[in-house]
Design a binder for this molecule. Structure first.
Ligand code: SF4
Length: 368
């Protein structure tokens, strides 16, 4: 393995990146992976516990990256002041840029880097693709380990002659016609890039990976600098249940995923937090705000203070946190949540079935 490229893996505090760290240590111990965590200063205590558990399992330290390290405030507060008390929101996400992406890009500098990202095989979202050409993302939990930009280049219609030649060299005469019929069909509205990719991966994932690796040699992507890459032979696909199982048997699931009982006037229910990240993250659902209020009142009060700093700025659209915890409103949110989740009753007592329901909103820098 060429030492001039670095291998890095970001721990977000969520289950998927933690599981990926465990997976890489178990399956690819020959890779000298650097683990990092972008600390906003506003994480839940459970996140720091998870990182400690991971450090013992991995036998190495997770590097804490802090934006505005020389500031006397913690990273979030430093930028919150700099932006004049303007709270971040889904449409103005200065926090992700300043607290996650910029510290990460500074950490890797200009060295070619492979960044391993824990997006699962049962998810339909892409990871953060750096605009820096020296950072290449790899997705070991998916059948397609490559990022969208690479797939677009490999499968470009202009690249058909290259693919055709490569498959002719690597696939037996008997199997070749099946491959050639897929390769030579150009991408069109009727036969999309995604369909072509799926067809090639389903025919033979490992061969597709080796050909993509060969293609990269003619580019400036980081993997052009190495002679071999063990993940080319990876055929694993990790889904939610695999991730949960892996964490259960090693470092444990972060505690905030554990569902706890709550009451309404007429019913009982269960709630939890569904993702990692800052305790006041604006991506959380209203029921999670109530979870924060009831389970971590000190943190909830701190979130309220941010709203009070500037009139009109709230974490949620159209509703302040003070309004959200009025008794009638809490009752309404809890009842609506129960109604919405009624048909999602646990099928078993397996951890997978009692996890809070996750949605795909959010960003991969904070919630993998
Ligand atoms: S967790 Fe939420 S609030 Fe924190 S940096 Fe990420 S998007 Fe911003």
């Amino acid at each position: 393995m060429n030492n001039s490229i670095r291998h890095v893996l970001g721990i977000s505090g969520g289950k998927d990146s933690a599981a990926l760290a465990v997976y890489m240590k178990r399956n690819y111990p020959q890779l000298d992976i650097e683990y990092y965590f972008c600390d906003t200063g506003k994480e839940l205590e459970d996140t720091y516990t998870l990182i400690k558990n991971l450090e013992s399992f991995l036998g190495k330290k997770v590097t804490y990256l802090e934006a505005a390290k020389d500031s006397n405030k913690d990273p979030f507060d430093h930028y919150f002041n700099l932006f004049g008390g303007y709270l971040p929101s889904p449409t103005a996400r200065w926090c992700t840029k300043k607290l996650k992406i910029e510290p990460f890009e500074k950490f890797v500098g200009d060295t070619p880097v492979i960044s391993y990202v824990g997006i699962r095989g049962d998810e339909n979202r892409e990871g953060y693709i750096s605009t820096k050409p020296n950072i290449q993302s790899i997705f070991p939990f998916r059948q397609n380990i490559w990022s969208v930009d690479i797939i677009a280049k490999v499968l470009a219609n202009t690249n058909i002659p290259f693919l055709s030649k490569q498959y002719q060299q690597r696939v037996s005469e008997e199997r070749l016609p099946r491959f050639i019929s897929v390769i030579e069909e150009p991408i069109t509205v009727e036969f999309t890039k995604e369909q072509k990719l799926k067809a090639l991966l389903n025919l033979d994932t490992v061969t597709f990976n080796h050909i993509t690796f060969e293609f990269l040699k003619s580019t400036s992507y980081p993997l052009a600098n190495v002679h071999n890459f063990p993940l080319l032979d990876n055929e694993d696909i990790y889904k939610m249940e695999d991730v949960v199982e892996l964490l259960r048997e090693t470092v444990g699931m972060p505690n905030y995923y554990t569902k706890l009982p709550f009451k309404t006037e007429s019913e009982n229910g269960m709630y939890a937090r569904s993702r990692s990240g800052c305790y006041f993250c604006f991506f959380q659902q209203r029921i999670e705000w109530i979870w924060l209020y009831e389970q971590h009142p000190d943190l909830f009060n701190s979130a309220v203070k941010y709203e009070n700093e500037k009139a009109g700025f709230t974490w949620n659209q159209h509703e302040s946190l003070t309004d959200l915890i009025q008794p009638n409103r809490m009752e309404q949110i809890k009842s609506e949540y129960l109604k919405r989740t009624k048909n999602e009753k646990p099928k078993s007592n397996k951890l997978l079935d009692i996890l809070p329901k996750l949605d795909d909103e959010g960003c991969t820098a904070c919630f993998v």
